[in-house]
Design a protein around this ligand. Sequence first.
Ligand code: SF4
Length: 378
Amino acid sequence: MQAFTAILNELDHVVNHPSEAVRKFKKETGREVIGCLPIYVPEEIIYAGHMLPVGIWGGQTNIVKSGAYLPGFACSIMRGIMEFAVQGTYNDLSAVICPVHCDTLKCIGENWKVAVPNVPCIGLVYPQNRKSETGIAFLTAEFQQIRSQLESLTGRPIADEDIENAIIIYNEHRKTMREFSKIARDFPVTVSPKVRHRVMKSAFFMDKAKHTMLVKALISELRSLPAEEWTGSKIVLTGIIAEPDSFLDLFTDYGIAVVGDDLAHESRQYRTDVPQDGNPLERLARRWADLEGCSLAYDPAKKRGQMIIDTVKENGADGVIVTMMKFCEPEEFDYPILKKEFEKAGVPHLYIELEQQADSVEQLRTRLQGFTEMLYRR
Ligand code: SF4
């Protein structure tokens, strides 16, 4: 258990000090660090160029200056990102890549040029028509653009072979994170909702090969222990992100274990591997075509609701908590469909609106308490 705690402390330190992790990487390797805005930046291309991709998902800060670039009704993740950017938090990055998945992200590229002129912003357009060969060809060409711009930035070519190797490392990482999510449900005390979240989050600031190694060590420690008894409730989380941390502390207060998730910030990243055949950039594009159940990926068949219901059943969960990022239109558009499908399937759910910058989550306390009492009475 000592080894388990030591690894958790290491991951926790990275989560609490991402800027320090970036500076350390730069100092030790002399290489560039590239910021990846949410979500689905093809990190493998960055990694193949011997750079460190780091995830940028906002965080808790006072919104002071970002109001000049984004309205108050933009989601709090992007307002937080712009605030950090204007304050200079991302000045150690050599560039950021901004995928255009929603109206808010569409504005970021242009605003970024004015707000943070010292950190270039590379735009990335994802096709809505993602499963057709035309859509795949379009995205492959977009990825080639990303590769060319990164090559210009560093002056080093990015070889196909290096992208192939990066795909192997990233697919292994995805597999490991799926295994972690699976075993974590048997240890709801040791792997509390906050611990689970922080293990997932630490991946955004570390070399994926190293993160895989550490998470494999965590899994092996857990495998040596007997499964933990749990008399509380078990839920599946869905939404973009489950933050701030104080929100997850409430889960522990009310005996709620997270036994699975469909969060964009967590398991959605890991459930789809890069397929085997084709040239490496085309394979990365085909991953976007294969991806299912995400509010940002066009899906006329609307499979997401059933996928969450299946996750509930597979993990023996009592219900779903929808963590709605305030003003996130793609998630808000999905919710009425999810609600209808949860009700039809008899899956209880709780809708909670979250803001990363929330001063207090106390008003959510009563709602979580009410939800757990309702689950106990069933
Ligand atoms: S998808 Fe939602 S959370 Fe993400 S940037 Fe767009 S509005 Fe914000």
